[in-house]
Design a protein around this ligand. Structure first.
Ligand code: F0G
Length: 495
């Protein structure tokens, strides 16, 4: 029998249980070896705040963030050499303009010389948020910005400009039984209720794709369309916080009716056809270590409602970051971004990326660990309250902080508490904690960095902690309990 005939009888290469990665290692870095004893000593010195633990001492996986932690491709490393460091209108700027138009739509990047700026490059996501919200804050009105889930820096930037951020999580997200694939959706009912009361105080509506604060869950095209139509009816601009746009598009293709045969690229274009602007940290789905942008739709509702803002943004950019043709980035950074945006929307990349995250989640669930399901695209989230159910760990003992300290100290893996401590608030007058709706530990998986065995080793370590969860110490906040953004700065004691 010819091999061609045999190929028709045997399982296909794509049906194998274990698929090869769609890339191979181009360059690797060996890690330091050290002991749990040494790590615990250092953890104590840094007050058990995992943000201050030296990354060079991490012997396992670093899941602190998927932001800026991408392993670049060899094409990106090669692109670095093509960087043009001219002060004005470097070569990469024009390539970036072409790429942004190709990926998100022509309307998001006007010809720079024509005097209608609508594309603003920044060094990461939060300066884009600062720029946008400081412009809106100047209007002096009592404003509210609703979202399906604001990220912590977004929320902080909104607050800093005396605007009120509001999270309208979906009912599916809050329900334990729901296996909806789009738990990241905005709560339409709550949005309508809000508009009834306060429509004149809402300068824009934000949708975060995927919903990082809401368990990393994707948002459906249907939800985007619905919010867009409601926003249009009220003449309110709609924006994306688009950090993980490609991962969100993958979920739409996989799970939403009518999108199976559409390419990721087409889906992305459709998603962005509904918005009047977006902020993005390219440190996620830009596949780069640094970069961000704020893009406004030419002729869109935002520019119509606020015709003076684009020029004010340009002034802001020149004062704070650099000439608008490089913004906060070096020419070589721009070149890696142009190349990264080409890779991120490739189906084979996304298939592997999202499968890897899901496999970590599935392994943890197999071990009985309470995880948010279905799994999102960039991270898996552990439910801290359920993890400690039946033990003496109380909400104000901050079990999530204790868990992350134990995982790092005992097993060398770094995860991040995004829950009662990170998002909670302490009132020193009443001595009371205000708990947020969610209490998670997040394992954010860096792009193109780890292999399956790294993730399996993490799951095994978490299992060991779960089986001994009643032994984990309670947390006392030694410093920073009442500070804003306290999780980045606090110090703890474990008792
Ligand atoms: N928006 C979302 C949804 C984010 O996840 C982040 C960053 C930002 C905005 C801010 O971007 O870091 O470039 O200034 N998220 C990282 C994380 C830090 O770990 O989730 P940035």
């Amino acid at each position: 029998m010819t091999l061609a005939k045999i190929a028709k009888k045997l399982p296909s290469e794509d049906s194998l249980h274990t698929l090869p990665r769609p890339y191979f290692n181009h360059s690797v870095e060996f890690k330091e070896r050290n002991s749990a004893e040494k790590r615990l000593e250092v953890l104590k010195e840094v007050g058990y705040n995992v943000f201050f633990f030296p990354a060079g001492m991490i012997t396992g996986c670093d899941f602190l963030s998927d932001s800026g932690t991408t392993t670049m491709t060899n094409k990106q490393w090669a692109a670095l050499h093509l960087g043009d460091e001219s002060y004005g209108s470097n070569k990469g700027y024009f390539l970036l303009m072409e790429k942004i138009r190709e990926v998100f739509g022509n309307e998001f990047f006007n010809e720079p010389a024509l005097g209608k700026p609508n594309a603003f490059i920044f060094h990461q996501g939060r300066p884009c948020e600062d720029a946008l919200f400081s412009m809106l804050g100047k209007t002096g009105k009592k404003l509210i910005i609703p979202s399906n889930g604001h990220f912590d820096t977004t929320e902080a930037n909104i607050h800093a400009n005396k605007i009120k951020p509001l999270n309208l999580f979906s009912e599916e997200f809050k329900s334990d039984d729901s296996e909806s694939h789009f738990k990241g959706n905005m709560n339409i009912k709550k949005l309508k209720d809000l508009l009834k009361k306060s429509k004149n105080n809402i300068p824009l509506i934000y949708i975060t794709i995927t919903n990082n604060t809401g368990g990393g869950q994707p948002v459906s095209m249907e939800n985007i369309k619905q919010v867009s139509s409601i926003a249009k009816d009220h003449k309110i601009p709609l924006f994306f916080d688009a950090c993980r746009f490609a991962e969100n598009a993958w979920f739409i293709k996989k799970f939403e009716k009518g999108y199976k045969s559409k390419s990721i690229s087409k889906i992305v274009k459709e998603m962005f056809s509904y918005v009047d602007g977006f902020t993005i940290s390219f440190k996620k789905d830009g596949l780069v270590n640094m970069g961000g942008g704020l893009f406004l739709r030419a002729g869109g509702l935002f520019i119509k409602n606020y015709p003076e803002i684009p020029d004010a943004l340009m002034n802001h950019q020149i004062i704070k970051e650099g000439h608008p043709t490089y913004g906060g980035l070096s020419g070589r950074d721009i070149m890696t971004l142009v190349t990264g945006l080409g890779t991120i929307i490739q189906q084979k990349y996304l298939d592997h990326r999202i499968r890897q995250v899901r496999e970590l989640g599935e392994k943890l669930v197999d071990f009985g660990i309470p995880m948010v399901t279905p799994f999102g695209g960039h991270a898996v989230y552990m439910d801290v309250n359920k993890f400690f159910e039946g033990t003496n760990m109380k909400p104000n003992d901050f079990g999530g902080i204790s868990f992350t300290a134990a995982l790092l100290g005992l097993y060398g893996h770094r995860a991040c508490e995004l829950g009662y401590f990170a998002f909670g608030q302490y009132d020193p007058k009443t001595k009371k904690e205000k708990h947020p709706e969610v209490n998670f530990v997040r394992f954010a998986v860096p792009r193109l960095r780890y292999e399956r065995q790294d993730l399996e080793s993490t799951a095994e370590a978490v299992k060991n902690l779960y089986e001994n969860r009643e032994l984990l110490p309670k947390v006392k906040v030694a410093y920073g309990r009442d500070l804003p953004l306290r999780h980045f700065k606090a110090r703890f004691e474990l008792h």
